[in-house]
Ligand binder design. Sequence first.
Ligand SMILES: NC(=O)c1ccc[n+]([C@@H]2O[C@H](COP(=O)([O-])OP(=O)(O)OC[C@H]3O[C@@H](n4cnc5c(N)ncnc54)[C@H](O)[C@@H]3O)[C@@H](O)[C@H]2O)c1
Length: 498
Amino acid sequence: MAQQQVHPTLGVRLHNICCIGAGYVGGPTCATIALRCPHVKVTIVDLNEARIAAWNSDDLPIYEPGLDEVVKQCRGKNLFFSTDVTGAIQEADIIFASVNTPTKVLGVGAGRAADLRFIESVGRTIAECANRAKIIIEKSTVPVKTAEALQRVVTANAKNTGGHRFWILSNPEFLAEGTAMKDLANPDRVLIGGPTTKEGVEAAGVLANIYANWVPRDRILTTNLWSSELSKLVANAMLAQRVSSMNAISQLCEKTGADVQEVSRAIGADSRIGPKFLGASVGFGGSCFQKDILNLVYICESEGLHEVAKYWQMVVDMNEHQKRTFTSNIISTLFNTVTRKKIAVLGFAFKKDTGDVRETPAINVCNMLLQDGAIVNVYDPKVKKEDALTEFKYHNMTVDESRFVFHKSAAEAVDGAHALVILTEWDEFKMLPYHEFYATMMKPAFVFDGRSILNHALLEEIGFEVHAIGKGRGPDGKLRVFKKEPQEVVSAINTALA
Ligand SMILES: NC(=O)c1ccc[n+]([C@@H]2O[C@H](COP(=O)([O-])OP(=O)(O)OC[C@H]3O[C@@H](n4cnc5c(N)ncnc54)[C@H](O)[C@@H]3O)[C@@H](O)[C@H]2O)c1
């Protein structure tokens, strides 16, 4: 590693970075910095000893495509995982705070406001043990004005900095789980919010220089602190709003015989709208969308903007409605009872290519099925039963474990089931032997495709009764689906015309 350089005016050392919080954001983000900046030493710390032990093992605590390779390449060279929070803070003058900011469960604002105790405790710890000037970077998603609060906490508690200062920057993370490593390698933009003072701008410049090791300068945006903090909440609210909008339309499609995928394709071709995030599904999940919108709603209400708050609240309400509607449809289709019926659930993670189950729609769907007496049989390539049970517990849902069974293969989960329910869009589910599954299932055999990833025409040919989000049924009781994918039809016409 190169010799330690010190910033000429701020006095911070430039070749040591510490990240507090070794989770889904801290781990991949700082592993990427270590990979792209071999001259910088990166130490990721966490209070959770088991998590740090896992980061130091061959079995990393989170699954993210491409992450294993980067960690293996850098760990022990310029990437380190440790529980020594104090030591890492003292060694590094550039500190990322990537701790969790969940929704408050108790007290004022419970159910909507962000719980900022972890980020505040990071501020207090830094202040207590900091020996020099530091740049503190909010990587966590936080409400507007958190940087101001953090600045006050740190400044009021700083003991041993010898008059050195702290600069708080906002640098929200826009990675998506499942594609985090690709997103980090090639971000649409990096956003840095900082104080508008001369030193604040210089501190933002230090962070921009780190990213400039691999991100083109024109994709590094700088704003004031509050715009940066708010932009992250708004980005998630807008993305979730598109999903809720399409989910609302999917319900109308089912009633009218329109096909939501065709509607998505038609409207997504409009360059003003664009094709991304227009897929209807059983509902969005993940640790961020709901919590960040609720946080936005809470901020709007706190500012007296009740109509604005109501507008965004509907995005979350629609999502809840979608999960309930999907599950009610399963129960009513199965002759209004699922009691003692085996239901195969394929996919439990909130999206493909992750093992993360935080706020996964599977929790609500499975809970409703279990409440109605079903025996729920789950297969997910990356989710462990313990993690699913922890999420149920977090939502105060009691699970009768004798009726909530996890399997090592889809075939085991499906064997003897009345219905097969797709809840996560894992690619491997598209290629399963549905002919064989049909033979082992109870009849009539139902498929409920909550992600619209299967070949519905083929499934109907096999004999399944297929229910898919946003696809109406014809008078014959079958889905109104093309026997061929529209793209294939278009190609066939083009070939004929050529
Ligand atoms: N998960 C995502 O896809 C994503 C994307 C963008 C932004 N974010 C935001 O990033 C932040 C972190 O999210 P995450 O998914 O990585 O959370 P996480 O729960 O996976 O990780 C947070 C880690 O911080 C640790 N921690 C908490 N307080 C600590 C302290 N005082 N000292 C040391 N360690 C401490 C916890 O033990 C935990 O391991 C959140 O604000 C989230 O909203 C998440």
